[in-house]
Design a protein around this ligand. Structure first.
Ligand SMILES: Nc1ncnc2c1ncn2[C@@H]1O[C@H](COP(=O)(O)OP(=O)(O)O)[C@@H](O)[C@H]1O
Ligand SMILES: [Mg+2]
Length: 369
């Protein structure tokens, strides 16, 4: 899949930008704080409805304005689609596909961008929130309704936490709490289910790619650590039941600690390499290879399901990787995928032809380096 045209308005430091990117590798150069990462974030936002940088999406609206818009002319399997995503200060993101407003304010099209940032390199040893954000972005691309469930879950979660923090003595407290819990159980069980399905699909692809990349014999696998006791059965009904009982059984503790303690917002992923807990016992190098394989497995899986490659967004990451891992990435550039790579300088010996653009203070100039 390719973006043939990209138009931004009031997206972070871009007031307006119209760009016809190259179908292959686009290298985006420029000094610090000029808008390189912002541009990648906009591309990602347009495909997933999520930011790879922040969960406070309103931050993306340009200071001093009250709404942003990103639109793209997208080509997938030879078919063109026009996507528009708008985000206003006091509402949720709104998607239009070929002029038609999308149900549930989400794009129900399997479009995907795989982002790769320096922060991702810490995915395995970093905090659970980072792993959840990665997983959420991943699932969104394979299951477009997911973003909608997630958005609603987070909205109700915020309300529940406010209630527990400040309104425990309000009349009707229990009824309000019950109604929040019902909604959290509904959205939360779908979220957990979709995460488990996606992780199930990815496991073997990841294992093969990791072995290839490290030319080793070590296996990589992961476990989904849930705050909800989950049995072996993978179905929504069973998860709904468990989430319901878990919330009920910890309700007193939630009131005492004044926060919601169970649900997908407390879940995590644990990686194992060669049988060892990767977070604690594996080297920085092994962890980085694992992250690289994770990203590549998303690309492979997407291609397997849709016969197309997703967009690749690489933010300042080339210079961070050592030679072996850069070589591991070179295989990616042999694929016919459209990529957007930011760097303060044009990388030497880049393995494929590319075009450059330079960003200066929210303006883009083609052909500059
Ligand atoms: N909502 C916003 N409105 C206006 N400017 C913003 C907004 N968010 C970030 N910026 C500006 O964007 C710039 C950083 O852009 P970024 O893409 O991170 O830079 P880099 O080129 O180093 O990747 C900073 O100057 C910051 O002030
Ligand atoms: Mg940057």
């Amino acid at each position: 899949m390719f973006f043939k045209r990209l138009v931004l308005s009031n997206f972070r430091n871009f007031r307006d930008l119209s760009w016809y990117p190259y179908r292959g590798v686009n290298i985006i150069t420029g000094n610090n704080a000029q808008g390189k990462t912002n541009l990648l974030e906009a591309i990602g936002f347009c495909t997933t409805g999520l930011s790879f940088r922040t969960s406070r999406e309103k931050e993306m609206i340009k200071d001093g304005t009250n709404s942003l818009q990103v639109s793209a002319l997208l080509e997938r399997n030879g078919v063109e689609d026009d996507i528009i995503v708008r985000l206003a200060e006091n509402s949720i993101a709104e998607f239009r596909l070929n002029g038609v407003k999308q149900k549930k304010n989400r794009l129900f099209l399997p479009v995907m961008s795989v982002s790769f940032t320096p922060a991702d390199l810490d995915l395995i040893r970093g905090n659970p929130a980072g792993r959840r954000r990665w997983l959420d972005t991943e699932v969104c691309s394979f299951e477009p309704a997911y973003a909608y469930h997630l958005h609603n879950y987070n909205r109700v979660l915020l309300q529940k936490n406010n209630l527990l923090k400040e309104k425990i003595k309000t009349t009707g407290f229990s009824e309000i709490l019950d109604s929040f819990n019902l909604q959290l159980i509904n959205y939360g069980s779908r979220i957990i289910y979709s995460r488990l399905v996606q992780l199930g699909k990815m496991a073997s692809v990841l294992k093969d790619l990791y072995r290839e990349l490290t030319r080793g014999k070590e296996d990589i696998y992961y476990k989904y650590l849930s705050s909800v006791p989950l049995g072996d059965k993978l179905n929504i009904e069973a998860i709904t039941f468990s989430l319901n009982s878990a919330i009920a059984s910890r309700s007193l503790e939630e009131k005492n600690r004044r926060q919601a303690l169970v649900g997908p917002h407390r879940d995590d992923l644990q990686f194992y390499i060669g049988g060892m807990d990767a977070r604690r016992y594996c080297s920085r190098g092994q962890q980085r290879s694992a992250v690289l394989s994770l990203k590549m497995s998303a690309i492979k899986l997407y291609h397997r399901e849709y016969g197309e490659y997703p967009l690749l967004l690489m933010d300042d990451v080339m210079l961070e990787l050592d030679e072996a891992r850069q070589a591991g990435m070179a295989g990616l550039f042999a694929l016919p995928l459209q990529s957007f790579i930011t760097s303060t300088a044009v990388p030497e010996n880049f393995p494929r032809d590319f075009k450059t653009v330079k960003i200066t203070n929210g303006q883009l100039i083609e052909g500059e380096r």
